[in-house]
Design a binder for this molecule. Structure first.
Ligand code: F6P
Length: 324
């Protein structure tokens, strides 16, 4: 192993820069050359490569986003696109890759490795926390704290007006962010895709909470919820005359959850995983993701991390009901 490529792909997440820094510095310390691949798989196909030294990654640990930039590449989804990428990597003398991203990124990396024999080790970088093989993904903790800060602020205004707020958080088709925000923000109800809910029981729950306490309520809705998100739920509630007297607002937190300086927890996680990815490559591992399980570093075959479903913690869901 002489020269490795490092890239970020898919939706960015806070801590990706800390991960790039850790991989780069760990590799350089072992005498490896490091190439930064810009714009994820799109830049990999275009040969948008930049040489990295220790200085290239200085002063980025605390920054959100990714200095290597990120993209979602349609071309890379095709075998032809992946063949172009592999040819460009070979041309640049890149022997192995550290792939930082979520399920789409690691799926792409699996195909690249299988079809073209390129050694890849993945690092879980996504706010969604939806990857099997790691208790936490890089960016999840920061996104949670950002969402919680917003929920706390919404709570103030909800309380002042005795309003019902439907707060929609990200998570694609999973409810990890929603569940943790629900607990941390004291939500009266949490709606996640992993738990089937029907409009009638949502209505009953809200009406009984608001009647009993005649105050504000916050419902945290995962964007991938079965009922189609916060706006749809609001429409469904509005069709019921019982909700005429309940002043309801929707707040979709959106991409604010992806930005900002990473929390201490994400910085430490990203640094550990970035360095571990390089160590795994040096030890000859290939086609695996480095994750954190019970605070220990763990390697999981890349296919499993996106093909196997990671379960939400159902005890937490129970807890939201018990505490609201
Ligand atoms: O995967 C991260 C994520 O932020 C999801 O939570 C969300 O569904 C999606 O990316 C949004 O993607 P985009 O920024 O491409 O709209």
């Amino acid at each position: 192993l002489k020269r490795i490529g490092v890239f970020t792909s898919g939706g960015d997440s806070p801590g990706m820069n800390a991960c790039i820094r850790a991989s780069t510095r760990r590799a350089i310390a072992e005498g490896l050359e490091v190439i930064g691949i810009k714009r994820g798989y799109a830049g990999m196909i275009d040969g948008d490569y930049v040489e990295m030294d220790r200085q290239s990654v200085s002063n980025i640990l605390q920054q959100g986003g990714t200095i290597l930039k990120s993209a979602r590449s349609e071309r890379f989804r095709t075998p032809e696109g992946r063949a172009e990428a592999a040819a460009k990597l070979r041309e640049a003398g890149i022997d192995a890759l550290v792939a930082i991203g979520g399920d789409g990124t690691l799926q792409g990396a699996t195909h690249l490795a299988n079809e073209h024999g390129i050694a890849v080790v993945g690092c879980p970088g996504t706010i969604d926390n939806d990857l099997f093989g790691t208790d936490e993904t890089i960016g999840f903790d920061t996104a949670l704290n950002t969402a919680l800060d917003s929920i706390d602020k919404i709570r103030d205004t909800a309380d002042a007006h005795d309003r019902l707020f439907l707060v929609e958080v990200m998570g694609r088709d999973t409810g990890f962010i929603a569940l943790a925000c629900g607990i941390g923000g004291g939500a009266e109800l949490v709606l996640i895709p992993e738990m089937m809910t029907d409009v009638i029981s949502i209505k009953d729950r809200i009406l009984s909470l608001m009647a009993a306490q005649s105050r504000s309520s916050i419902v945290v809705v995962a964007e991938g919820d079965e009922l189609g998100g916060a706006h749809r739920i609001r429409q469904a509630l509005a069709e019921d005359p019982a909700f005429d007297r309940i002043d309801t607002r929707v707040s979709v937190l959106g991409h604010i959850q992806r930005g900002g300086s990473p929390t201490a927890r994400d910085r430490v996680l990203a640094s550990r995983l970035g360095a571990a990815a390089v160590e795994a490559l040096l030890e000859g591992h290939d086609g695996v993701m480095v994750g954190i399980v019970n605070n220990d570093l763990k390697l999981t075959p890349m296919r499993n991390v996106w093909a196997r479903k990671k379960d939400v913690d159902y005890d937490l869901l129970q807890l939201t009901a018990l505490l609201s």
